[in-house]
Design a protein around this ligand. Structure first.
Ligand code: GLY
Length: 343
């Protein structure tokens, strides 16, 4: 088992203890002391995993699978169930599931009676290396994604890499998309290691998978510790997301986030004339990820969505791209340059 500690720079934000490894789920028994009640909030599709959390008396609240559950209506429902069951400021909320669940549950914990302790148990690779790390919580408003949220760090994150052995291939690829992205933009040795071990990752070699998750989490922790609030280094995590989010929105969210990030990474590397683009593309393709913007999507429609991204200001579109492998920068993207992608 590996322990990584995330110590956020902002005052009043206690750090997060992140446990990574085979059997990390068992660590939950150490976390329940001192709480009057334990609530397990879980994605209904992975109830079997939630049942593996052995805790004496807990309140179990299932949540419907799918991004539609990331809503204020669902927050209201969960809070009402917690109140009906006597939860207080001393209650511990444990959230079990993928990014939807950790975003939603993290938000509930951050606002319930102005904030209660929270443990995240991500069950997908994407959740383990991205959504559960760094304190971002969110719900959607209508079709607008992540419009309400907080940056509130969980007390602990339990990453049980045993869960990866039964993860569907498509979900493994989704997580690899964020992993390749972070390695390419901030961690050159990690990127080279991924090039070497990708076949073992795809065969789900347990020790290689554990090291992969550990290195990805450590890279993200270092970024969040340097810039908790998306002002500087954390913007580098947006690599692939400016174009990727637009592709995701225009697909009406039928294409997965990980697939869209992969498409976005390839597009943004081209826009920035990144000289090692072929190496990154090769690794994304080896991980089973798509590389091309669907032909049905119109450049003008993509640009309109990109302009409305909440990370942009005053109508300026920005992309985060590597200058060289492992070293990123944020650049302004003009519409004229964007359109060269399609010529
Ligand atoms: N998922 C991007 C971030 O945590 O900043």
């Amino acid at each position: 088992m590996h322990t990584v500690t995330l110590t956020p720079p902002a005052r009043g934000n206690p750090g997060t203890d992140i446990q990574i490894g085979s059997g990390a789920l068992a660590y939950v028994s150490k976390l329940v002391k001192g709480h009057d009640r334990v609530v397990i909030l879980f994605d209904e599709s992975i109830e079997e995993i939630a049942l593996r959390l052995v805790i004496g008396d807990s309140l179990r609240i299932p949540v419907k699978s799918g991004d539609a559950s990331k809503s204020l209506a669902e927050v209201d429902r969960i809070v009402s169930v917690m109140l009906q069951n006597g939860c207080t400021r001393k209650t511990l909320l444990i959230c079990v599931g993928g990014g939807m669940m950790t975003d939603l549950g993290g938000f509930v914990a951050s606002v319930f009676m102005r904030g209660i302790s929270c443990v995240l148990v991500p069950t997908t690779l994407l959740g383990m290396v991205d959504a559960a790390i760094g304190g971002k919580t969110a719900v959607n408003v209508g079709s607008k994604k992540n419009m309400i949220g907080t940056i509130t760090h969980p007390q602990s994150v339990l990453i049980d890499t045993d869960l990866l052995t039964s993860l569907p291939d498509s979900q493994l690829s989704e997580g690899l998309s964020e992993i390749i992205k972070i390695a390419a933009i901030v961690d050159h040795p990690f990127f080279e290691w991924l090039e070497d071990v990708m076949p073992q990752i795809l065969k789900r070699h347990p020790i290689v998978l554990e090291e992969c998750v550990l290195r990805a989490v450590t890279a993200k922790v270092n970024i969040v510790q340097a810039d908790e609030h998306d002002r500087d280094e954390r913007l580098l995590l947006n690599f692939g997301h400016t174009v990727g989010h637009a592709v995701e929105a225009l697909s009406a969210y039928k294409l997965s986030h990980g697939n869209c990030v992969s498409i976005g990474v390839v597009a943004e590397m081209k826009l920035a004339n990144f000289k090692d683009a072929t190496r990154v593309e090769k690794l994304l393709a080896a991980a089973g990820l798509p590389l091309e913007i669907p032909k049905t999507m119109k450049p003008d429609d993509l640009w309109t969505v990109m302009l409305s991204d909440k990370k942009n200001e005053k109508g300026v579109v920005k992309i985060a791209v590597p200058k060289r492998l492992g070293e990123g920068s944020v650049q302004i993207l003009s519409k004229e340059t964007f359109l060269t992608l399609f010529s």
